[in-house]
Design a protein around this ligand. Structure first.
Ligand code: FES
Length: 153
């Protein structure tokens, strides 16, 4: 049977009945129709599905939705506030930090988490290392790094 959970998603409380084997990613995309979060590998290897759970970036393909009862989830749709792009979104635009764009939501969610994490150094090498779980098949890595360093300012 399905289990009832309540999530706060991008500031809105949502009560849902979910199958116990359903990944958070699939609940976000299919039950909440938040399709900004992407499915790349479904194996925890590409980072396309990155969202924040209580402020921490996770691969939502690897996490069962039922484990998140009561949690606060932020997806890429929650970055923009009052019609204003988040600084990371603005910086990605300015730096052309994407080509096909498929990995971009996950890249941005990881970037925001890194910018909020005082334990991650601000030098390029530290940022590259911290972003290494987010794969970009187009190879936009240099522009992504540039965007992150611009958004930091
Ligand atoms: Fe989750 Fe690739 S879809 S890490």
């Amino acid at each position: 049977g399905r289990q009832r959970i309540t999530l706060t998603v991008n500031g809105q409380q949502r009560t849902l009945d979910v199958a116990p084997n359903m990944a958070l990613l699939d609940v976000l995309r299919h039950q909440l129709e938040l399709t900004g979060t992407k499915k790349g590998c479904d194996l925890g290897q590409c980072g396309a599905c990155t969202v924040h759970v209580n402020g921490v970036a996770i691969n939502s393909c690897l996490s069962l939705a039922i484990m998140h009862d009561g949690d606060e989830i932020t997806t890429v749709e929650g970055l923009e506030k009052n019609g204003q792009l988040h600084p990371i979104q603005q910086a990605f635009l300015e730096h052309d930090a994407y080509q096909c764009g498929y990995c971009t939501p996950g890249q941005m969610m990881s970037a925001v988490a890194i910018l909020n994490d005082a334990s991650v150094g601000s030098d390029d090498a530290s940022v590259r290392e911290a972003m290494s779980g987010n794969i970009c098949r187009c190879g936009a890595y240099n522009n992504i790094l540039g965007a992150i360093q611009t958004a930091r300012k």
